[in-house]
Design a protein around this ligand. Sequence first.
Ligand SMILES: [Zn+2]
Length: 288
Amino acid sequence: MNKTTTALATLSVLLVTAGCGGSTSRQATENSPSGNQSSSNTAATIEPASSGRMNPRYEDAETPEAQQGRQLMTDAKLLEALAQQVNDTLNLPHDVAVLGKQCGEPNDYWDPNTNEITLCYEDIQQSEHRFAASGNPDPVVAATDATTSGFYHELGHATLAIYQLAFTGREEDVADQLSAFMLLAPGADGKPYPNGVRMATNTAQDWKLSAKEAGDANDLPFWDGHSMDITRMYNWECWIYGSDPTANANMVASGDLPEDRAGNCEEEFQNMSKAWQQMLGPHLKKPS
Ligand SMILES: [Zn+2]
C-alpha cells in the first residue's frame, strides 16, 4: 500500500468513526450531517405539530471504563433528562434517539443516517477521571455537566441537519454555540436552564484539563474541523461572561478571561443567541 492509499484508508476509518469530542486524542474528521445547503425559506415555514420524539436508550457495557461511564449516566438519569428537555422544547419531524454506548473510545457523535446522538460511556468516564485527578471536589457532577454540554453540541449538529438550517462558520464552532445558547440563554419561557452557568463553567474546565493533556503544541491537529481545546475553553469563558457580564465580572478581574477578548463577549453571545433563536424559532413547541 503506498502512502496515498494509506492516507485514504486512514481517512475512511476516521469518517466512519467520526466524532465530536475534540480533545486532541480524539479529534477526528467528523461525519458531517449532509444536506446543510439548506432550503431558501426554512425560517419562514410554519411547521405543523409533529409527533417525533427523542427516545433515550442505554446499551450494554462490558469494559470497566464503559461500565463506570454507564453507571454515571444511569445514576443521574442523564439520557432521560436530556430527552425530556428536548421533547419539551422542540418539534421533531421524526423520532431521534439518544444512546449511551460503549464505543471503545471517549467520544460523542451525531449520525444523520440513523438519527441517533451517541454519548460514549468512555467519554463521561474519562471526564470524571480527569476532574478527580485535578482535585475537583465533585467530579461526578462536573463530568455530568460536561457531558450535558457535549449532548447539546451534538444536538447542534442534529438540528442543523434535521431542519436543514443555513449557517456560516465552521460547523463544530456552530455546534458549540448551540450548546452555550441552550445552557446560558433564557428558554422560551424566560427561565434560565437549571444550573446552566455551572454546567458551562465545568465544560470550560473540562477543555482546560483536556488541553493540558495534549502535550507539545506542534503535535496539535491544526487541520481539524474542531477548534483547539484551549480555544474552546476561552470561547466558553467568553460566552459565560458575555451572557451576564455583571454577575461574571470576576472572570475578567481574576485574569482567567483576558480583557482583550472580554470586551466583545457580550455582543458575541448576543449575536449567536439571536442567530440560534431565529434558526430554531419555527421549530419550538408553543408554551402550554
Ligand atoms: Zn461536533
